[in-house]
Design a protein around this ligand. Structure first.
Ligand code: MCA
Ligand code: AMP
Length: 471
């Protein structure tokens, strides 16, 4: 497609609709969005990186687009992140500015610093700017996306502009996504799924966008989309609300990703909507790399075939056909910010990215994700959560002496976070849950806490998660 990352925003706008982009009930034309984003670009040009308080709002969209116009790497900040997570992201990313909706946390014009040396910049949809400078090259960083590893604090994945463009073009071809579509979803705007696919995708393709604020079944039913995105938790909730599910019968394509879609949800979606959902697979570090096709076969349990330019292989010693999925291609990140060792460790010696997912490839090329190599990466509601980060947060509580965090199977969330702790008497499950929610973010809080007198350990003293009692 175009060399320009977001061609639908460069005008002329022709029959630009007043509701080309709707977020949480507020409509906006492309011209108005482009004007507000240009005003942001003028204000932030030259910054090394800009954080965006990524609520589901038009201001978030304008702020992200403004950063992309100005060539300033954008760092989406989960809006409910607590002080530990927020301070880490702001400090580690080197963001000089924090962009957020005017009136949100802005003490005065010019504003209070939100962290030492950091300026808070209000985003106002009524502003009109003009930005005519050429875009930076495809290797420059579009986004710095913070994502959890098995241990420690989240790492900033550097996502190049060219990777975003290549991924969105591959997906547009795979899903036959055109300007005639209306994309509808309600996913958070601080991850690849909701932000890159769900906002930049619509802006690159030129389709209408309806962001429902939250991904509630009745909001999906009312959105009037032709193309819907959801994580499996959302699709599970949709099929449990038959009236909302039936309202999606008129759509063209339902897409699921970010976690495995349970086969019963796939079948219920087909029964209620008449659509076999398209499943696709990806990671923050690679963007979306494998997908079923709009015009192809869609089978429960399968995520389809690689997008154009992506090569995949299964690393297996016994030739059993099941092993770690490794891949190469134009949609890969350029590394973790400031962590050259972690970056090097995520690639094989011959330059393939190690996904950490266990997969199998059928003779027809169809990919199946069968699990994760590490017990310490949890997927809950489609969010990736590192056990180590939650354990560290729990250990910061004065009553907690030891902590081991795992993901337990859960009907709604896929996995739920369960914390096993050795703690002083008197501290409650609720206190520990709220403590993690307040320090990190709400979706990283344990849903259950099990109190033990000691963690099971091996002879070396290392906790043995496989020996933990059932929660
Ligand atoms: C509850 N809440 C609390 C607490 N308990 N807040 C503070 N302290 C507590 N102790 C609040 C929450 O803040 C939230 O408030 C509300 O209660 C409900 O929270 P929760 O139960 O966490 O939400 P949920 O309804 O269970 O969420 C389900 C969900 C969500 C909506 C499906 O998990 C979700 O949005 N998932 C999408 C994740 C995603 O986009 N992943 C993509 C990663 P309030 O209502 O005010 O918010 S990108 C990726 O994976 C790759 C590239 C890919 O393949 O896509
Ligand atoms: P994140 O970095 O948050 O984007 O999470 C990436 C992880 O989500 C992958 O490594 C997989 O474990 C998981 N994932 C994404 N899409 C799928 C899918 N369609 N089926 C199974 N797992 C998935």
């Amino acid at each position: 497609m175009s060399d320009v990352l977001l061609p639908s925003l460069t005008g002329p706008y022709g029959d630009d609709r007043a509701d080309a982009i709707t977020v949480a009930g507020r409509p906006c034309s492309r011209e108005r969005l482009a004007g507000a984003a240009a005003a942001v670009a003028v204000r932030i040009a030259g910054a090394s990186a800009a954080a965006v308080r990524a609520e589901a709002s038009l201001e978030t969209v304008a702020a992200v687009v403004g950063g992309l116009l100005a060539g300033v790497p954008v760092v989406p900040l989960p809006p409910d992140s607590g002080p530990a997570e927020r301070d880490h992201i702001l400090r580690d990313s080197g963001a000089e500015l924090l962009l957020s909706a005017a009136g949100h946390g802005h003490a005065a014009e010019g504003s209070e610093p939100v962290a030492p040396g950091m300026e808070s910049v209000p985003v106002d949809l009524s502003e009109r700017g003009s930005w005519t400078k050429p875009e930076p090259g495809p290797d420059t960083t579009a986004l710095i996306l913070y994502t959890s590893g098995t241990t420690g604090a989240p790492k900033g994945a550097l996502i190049p502009r060219g990777a975003v463009a290549a991924d969105l073009d591959g997906l547009a071809a795979a899903w036959e996504w055109t300007p005639e579509d209306t994309l509808a979803h309600g996913l958070p705007l601080f991850h690849v799924h909701g932000l890159v696919l769900g906002v930049l995708g619509a802006l690159r393709v030129g389709s209408r966008l309806v962001h429902t604020g939250r991904p509630a079944p009745e909001a999906y039913a009312a959105a009037g989309g032709t193309l819907y995105f959801g994580v499996p938790t959302v699709w599970g909730r949709v099929v449990r609300d038959a009236t909302s599910a039936r309202a999606l019968a008129g759509a063209r394509l339902l897409v699921s990703g970010s976690a495995p879609l349970p086969a019963p949800v796939f079948r219920d979606l087909e029964a209620l909507t008449g659509h076999r959902p398209v499943e696709r697979y990806g990671m923050t570090e690679t963007l979306i790399t494998v997908s079923a096709r709009a015009g192809g076969e869609r089978r429960p349990g399968y995520v389809g075939t690689p997008l154009p330019g992506i090569s995949t292989r299964i690393a297996t010693e016994e030739d059993a056909g099941i092993g770690e999925l490794q891949l190469t291609g134009p949609t890969l990140f350029s590394g973790y910010l400031g962590r050259s060792e972690a970056t090097a460790a995520s690639f094989t010696e011959d330059g393939w990215f190690r996904t950490g997912d266990i997969a199998a490839i059928d003779p027809d090329g169809s990919h199946r994700i069968v699990g994760r190599a590490s017990i310490d990466l949890i997927k809950s509601g489609g969010y990736r959560i590192g056990a180590g980060e939650v354990e560290n947060a729990l250990l910061d509580h004065p009553a907690v002496h030891e902590a081991a965090v795992v993901g337990a199977p859960h009907d709604d969330l896929g996995q739920e976070i369960v914390a096993y702790v050795v703690a002083d008497e008197g501290v409650t499950e609720r206190q520990l849950t709220d403590f993690v929610a307040a320090h990190l973010s709400a979706h990283k809080r344990p849903r259950r806490v099990v109190f033990l007198s000691a963690l099971p350990r091996n002879a070396m003293g290392k906790p043995q998660k496989k020996l933990l009692p059932p929660a």
